[in-house]
Design a protein around this ligand. Structure first.
Ligand code: CAA
Length: 341
């Protein structure tokens, strides 16, 4: 397939890498030369890592030949699928979709990797809205096994089914999101976890280290909750929280707003909740910790809401939280384990 990826940041470059690994011809666009350079450096580093670990059976150089940099949106012509992965700015995304639609065939599918904006609202930018869907990858796309496939009100069943097949073709697990709800499935749950963790710290009940100790050592998450906020980007989370709050979903964290104002944007500037200048922060086990239900209670309630509202099923939600977030158990498996009622 010929796939165009718009935006060469962490997500866009990761998505381009995944499609190239699975033998697709990839066009990668960014408006900023610096972002292209950084994106290509990330892809090369990641492919070298995968090669070292024998997780790819082709050389990085050979995979890279399938990624072509484009510097104009006119060059998306001929793509069968265009995936947008630019920052979470509604107007920016809309302007890109309008430009893309001018340059593609009638049959081209257009997808967004948005984490927080409604698919239906975004699709209104297009003349042919049934071609539009959400393909939501998780960071880092090359390692996380899940992609949410989201149906907007106008997405045709054919495009939705094709989205699911495309995700399978790149060896990821597709989770169908049947209703276009804010944050879809995984992020609705994750934003509750973030908000609960922030509240525990901002109200002075626990420290960042105590919350992350519980996340890593008691719940078995691959990263601490504040470590993950740094990893996914304080700026990204700030923009997401603003977008979802303006649409009535409460992802609220004064600690994020504060770091954002100071320019401590997480891993990318080597400072956020943690200091990343010497690499990944070391999270120690602390003697005092919040309980699992203090961290997960609101997220479990959210998972129940998703089931009651026919957005997803218990099995899908458990699978999605394991594959999308690397948790050893699904959110509703934790609920049973801790007898949360
Ligand atoms: N490509 C290739 N290799 C990579 C890589 C990448 N992009 N990123 C990390 N690695 C490598 C590391 O370099 C390391 O290699 P070495 O063993 O040679 O040092 C190896 O993978 C393992 O990494 P780590 O030792 O740092 O740590 P880990 O075992 O914890 O794995 C991880 C890293 C897969 C990222 C894991 O920590 C994890 O699953 N974290 C949770 C991530 C998560 O929750 N993602 C979803 C975020 S939410 C989101 O994305 C949605 C949104 O809309 C906001």
């Amino acid at each position: 397939m010929k796939v165009a990826v718009i935006g060469s940041g962490v997500m866009g470059s990761g998505i381009a890498e995944v499609f190239a690994i699975y033998k697709n011809e990839v066009l990668l666009y960014d408006k900023y030369e610096e972002a292209i350079k950084k994106g290509l450096t990330n892809i090369k580093w990641s492919l070298e890592k995968l090669s070292e670990k024998r997780r790819i059976n082709e050389t990085p150089e050979s995979i890279l030949t399938r990624i072509q940099i484009i510097r104009s949106l006119e060059e998306v012509k001929g793509s069968e699928l265009v995936i947008e992965a630019v920052p979470e700015d509604f107007n920016l995304k809309v302007s890109i979709f309008k430009e893309v639609e001018k340059n593609v065939d009638y049959s081209t599918m257009i997808a967004t990797n948005t984490s927080s904006l409604p698919i239906t609202e975004l699709s209104m930018a297009l003349n042919k809205r049934e071609r539009f869907l959400g393909l939501h990858f998780f960071n880092p796309p090359v390692l996380m096994g899940l992609v949410e496939v989201i149906k907007g009100n106008y997405t045709s069943s054919e495009v939705f089914e094709k989205g699911i097949e495309i995700v399978k073709s790149i060896k990821k697990e597709p989770i169908p999101v049947r209703k276009d709800v804010i944050g879809f499935v995984v992020n609705r749950i994750l934003f509750r976890v973030f908000t609960s963790a922030c509240k525990l710290v901002s109200e002075g009940k626990y420290t960042v280290q105590e919350v992350d100790s519980a996340a890593k050592y008691t719940l078995g998450f691959p990263m601490g909750i504040f470590e993950l906020l740094d990893y996914t980007g304080i700026d990204t989370n700030y923009l997401i929280s603003k977008e979802v709050k303006s649409r009535g979903f409460n992802f609220d964290c004064p600690l994020i707003n504060d770091l954002y104002t100071k320019g401590y944007l997480g891993t990318k500037v080597k400072k956020g909740f943690y200091d990343w200048s010497a690499g990944r922060p070391i999270i120690q086990k602390t003697s005092r910790e919040p309980s699992p239900s203090e961290i997960l209670g609101d997220a479990i309630d959210e998972a129940v809401w998703l089931i009651k509202n026919n957005v997803s099923t218990e099995d899908e939600i458990n699978k999605a939280t394991k594959l999308g977030l690397g948790w050893p158990k699904g959110i509703l498996e934790y609920a049973k384990e801790i007898n949360y009622v």
